[in-house]
Design a protein around this ligand. Sequence first.
Ligand SMILES: NC(=O)c1ccc[n+]([C@@H]2O[C@H](COP(=O)([O-])OP(=O)(O)OC[C@H]3O[C@@H](n4cnc5c(N)ncnc54)[C@H](O)[C@@H]3O)[C@@H](O)[C@H]2O)c1
Length: 252
Amino acid sequence: MARFTDQVALVVGGAQGIGKAIGVQLGREGARVVIADMDCPMMEATVREMCAAGSDARPVPCDVRDSAQVRAMVKQVIDWYGRIDVLMYVAGIAPSVPFMDITEETWDNTVDTNLRGAFLVSKAVTPHMVARKRGKLVFMASTNCWDAEASLGHYNVSKAGVFLLAKTLARELGPHGINSNALGPGFIKTRLTVPVLNDPEFMKKYDPARGLIPLGRLGTPEDVAGPALFLASEEASYINGVLLFVDGGQLA
Ligand SMILES: NC(=O)c1ccc[n+]([C@@H]2O[C@H](COP(=O)([O-])OP(=O)(O)OC[C@H]3O[C@@H](n4cnc5c(N)ncnc54)[C@H](O)[C@@H]3O)[C@@H](O)[C@H]2O)c1
């Protein structure tokens, strides 16, 4: 299946983890993929891997907390291809800190990366979509935008904001032919979750015997890539403003 032939897809935060799985799958399905990330060695390795597999992929360094870098990154994509058909906003961090210990710096850094970055990137990308009267926006929220997890107040709030940003853009940009949706992954095995994966006390609640996740296993980046591509595809052309949980039924 090549649902994205000749489409230009920008994956922000695509160097590794969920973003990488999305970029790889978009490349397999014919998209010209641009990976933007602040982790340059990992981003370049991912792009090399994708090109070696026959995909069309390019890297652009970008720290989403810096509006000048965001504008330059989007300009680079437009200079290359003249358009952006699909934006996947995946960049995110999730430092675990109890509310009583959180510093302003950790709060700001989390909100700046997860939410303000989504704002800056969509602000830079959407004028190009509006001009063509087409475009797909997919934002990575989380089950945490609904289910408040302890020690992640800053993260929970940022992801709730991402969900509302996706919904707001669905309302404001739908009339311009743009779909805007969010995904809510549950517990996915990536670098982001390594600290808790290595914490036996924390992992007790995810013991399959306790049934927290009805499907009985943690998720993989590929489990999220499929739904992300679905939301960006023509099959989802009448879906706008939804939050699609990808959590094995954890919130069921
Ligand atoms: N792993 C999970 O369980 C899970 C669950 C729900 C939601 N999510 C969300 O999915 C997204 C991807 O998470 P992941 O698990 O793949 O994490 P990851 O750490 O493997 O990947 C995150 C990517 O974002 C990039 N990034 C971070 N800060 C950035 C910045 N300032 N500028 C540019 N790039 C930056 C990183 O370099 C990295 O490549 C995040 O938004 C995360 O909140 C993850």
